[in-house]
Design a protein around this ligand. Sequence first.
Ligand code: PGA
Length: 260
Amino acid sequence: MVMAQKNARRRLVVGNWKMNGTATEARHRVRLLRDGTSALSGKLSCELVVAPPAVHLALVVAELHDSSIAVAAQNVSEHAAGAYTGEVSATMLAEIGCRYVLVGHSERRALFGETDAVVAAKFVAARAAGLVPVLCVGETPAERDAGVTEQVVLRQLRAVVAVAGIAALKNAVLAYEPVWAIGTGRNASPAQAQAVHVVLRQALAQEDAAMAAVVRIIYGGSVNAGNAAALFAMPDVDGGLVGGASLHALEFLEICAVAQ
Ligand code: PGA
């Protein structure tokens, strides 16, 4: 029933550049994307988003001002303002033209100690500034081996719902990113991705079925031009969060082209 709604959800492909590249490279890549999307105009029905390093956000927004590609930050502070050296607030990101922000990426959770509570606070801060959070959830290899994938992703989702409220999810995107698939070249199979996406959508549907039918759930973890079509063909996979392959503009465009 929920699956039949897929056409109600516009596909979304987000390129997460992580901490890669100079300003010159960022400008070059984004110009290729801008020119590529306008050359393909009418053929690309999905929504494209790029997430450059924070220091390149303003130049990428400026390069894309007349394009349909939106810009995401990779991280945001949970605090509104104040003595938080090194942090960037959601209001600052919105002010310079970011529309999306990644929240709870597994690298933030694993390498920078972001707990479920911190991720929830960042989600709330993003929404308060009008940004669309891309909430990342996913299990580690050990958690998958232990058979607790569902419990892990539901815990991560519910931690946010408990603080932000279910209604806030309507203006958000979920990204299922199994940690074992990120940067490994070993993507989840389409069936594995679909199974977890259904778990997430059903959890949302228990609280608000209409909202669950329209929330986009994208898959991330070693998405490339060779595997994207099969992943995106799954009924509950609404696009992708692409790391390594998004650094190659032409491959990223190929991935977007199959997200129809
Ligand atoms: P990957 O990264 O595509 O390089 O696996 C995905 C991500 O971390 O968002």
